[in-house]
Design a protein around this ligand. Structure first.
Ligand SMILES: Nc1ncnc2c1ncn2[C@@H]1O[C@H](COP(=O)(O)OP(=O)(O)OP(=O)(O)O)[C@@H](O)[C@H]1O
Ligand SMILES: [Mg+2]
Length: 221
């Protein structure tokens, strides 16, 4: 599903955030990308959804070579991916309902399905009372739960979640990981970037990728 082949990423010449990364994440894997702040977790995810281009090397995602993917074909890649952004990237002046529904509307789902799916997610993420609330009026943890619901809405074949539980209490963090596990059971690949390695305890079968000093290594435990 995802292959990194001799991938280097530098934001400024000579300063490599990621160096000679080679890895293969297979369809249906549940992966934790673990490492301290500033080590390159978000950068790694951005390379997958082509927000950033590699300085060197090839990245294959779901059959696309992202380095040479022309802009007009980018939506074909992006619609296969659900992303929980570290900074949420919600539309602040729209309601919770509209934020969660947006991707489904863009993908052309019928309104009755959209309504049912948004209600289902809002129940799972304790947002039912907030559906009509403008996102700008939510607490940070509530915003994070909207971002999670939005990423899950179209049951993407690939879920990228960047510190998805950083603002959630323990109970809601576990609920979130359980939702990711449900999606994973349907066959989707899930990648969770976090500095909180305790999260991985809730997914015993998950693969741990440790990132540090520009390198990623698989942890054998
Ligand atoms: N657009 C950018 N321009 C220049 N440097 C950047 C840019 N984005 C990230 N960096 C640098 O690259 C390094 C890795 O950043 P990144 O955001 O990938 O780390 P992270 O592991 O996600 O950190 P955190 O856990 O704090 O979210 C950092 O040193 C950061 O300052
Ligand atoms: Mg980050």
């Amino acid at each position: 599903m995802i292959q990194f082949i001799h991938v280097y990423k530098a934001y400024s010449p000579g300063y490599y955030v990621l160096m000679d990364l080679n890895l293969h994440i297979r369809k249906g894997e549940f992966v934790f990308l673990i490492g301290p702040s500033g080590v390159g977790k978000t950068t790694f995810l951005k390379l997958i959804y082509r927000e950033e281009l590699p300085t060197k090397g090839e990245i294959l995602v779901s059959g696309f070579n992202v380095r040479v993917l022309p802009n007009h074909r980018l939506p074909l890649l992006r619609r296969k991916i659900g992303i929980v952004f570290q900074d949420f990237k919600l539309l602040p002046y729209l309601s919770v309902f509209d934020n969660i529904a947006l991707v489904l509307q863009i993908l052309g789902y019928p309104y009755t399905y959209i309504k049912q799916r948004v209600c289902e997610l809002s129940e799972q993420l304790d947002l039912k009372e907030k559906l009509k609330t403008k996102v700008s009026n939510l607490s940070t943890g509530e915003k994070q739960r909207v971002a999670i619901a939005r990423a899950l809405a179209h049951q993407p074949p690939l879920l990228l979640a960047d510190e998805p539980t950083s603002n959630l209490d323990a109970k809601r963090s576990i609920q979130t990981i359980d939702l990711f596990k449900e999606l994973n059971k349907l066959g989707s690949t899930v990648i969770v970037a976090t500095h909180n390695r305790d999260l991985a305890n809730f997914v015993p079968s998950a693969r741990m990728l440790e990132i540090g000093k520009g390198k990623i290594k698989a942890k054998i435990s």
